[in-house]
Design a protein around this ligand. Structure first.
Ligand code: FES
Length: 150
């Protein structure tokens, strides 16, 4: 199946009204793990909105990506409750494991990003690896989970 035809099919699930822009972007992001330039253009055309508006919306929300994902995408919640937990220690362990810095956009293999509260504070600290959510994380538990991802 062609990626572009899938994007077009996704868009057909939505009436081309501005209120549906975010839900459509979320669905595209789930399907491809990011919103490519080509997809953003299709969305802008479909909703008859300026391309800048599509990017503005996509870049406002932490859960939407506009950059091609690395092989391993790791997100750690840095909301208040998770930070009170162990999220700083978790981030440090990940940075040391891969010799990366949080927010480095240019590593093609591993990318680590802090994200805002997901509203799952009682299950935190939360870590997400390629879309899979891990709850009640500890700094010492990071390596076992990341080892499963290669
Ligand atoms: S602070 Fe992490 S889920 Fe709320």
């Amino acid at each position: 199946m062609q990626k572009s035809s899938t994007t077009s099919k996704i868009l057909l699930d939505f009436d081309p009204e501005a209120a549906n822009l975010l839900p459509a972007l979320k669905k595209i992001n789930v399907a491809f793990r990011y919103i490519s330039e080509v997809d953003a253009e299709k969305v802008a055309e479909y909703f008859e909105l300026p391309l800048a508006k599509v990017y503005e919306t996509a870049s406002f929300y932490d859960l939407l990506e506009t950059k091609k994902p690395a092989i391993l995408e790791i997100e750690v919640c840095s909301g208040g409750d998770c930070t009170l937990g162990e999220s700083a220690g978790i981030i440090k362990e990940i940075e040391n494991r891969y010799r990366i810095k949080t927010g480095d956009e240019f590593n093609p293999k591993v990318r680590l990003k802090k994200i805002s509260c997901l509203g799952r504070c009682s299950e935190g600290p939360i870590m997400i690896v390629n879309g899979k959510v891990y709850e009640k994380m500890t700094a010492s538990g990071v390596h076992k989970i990341l080892g499963e991802w290669g």
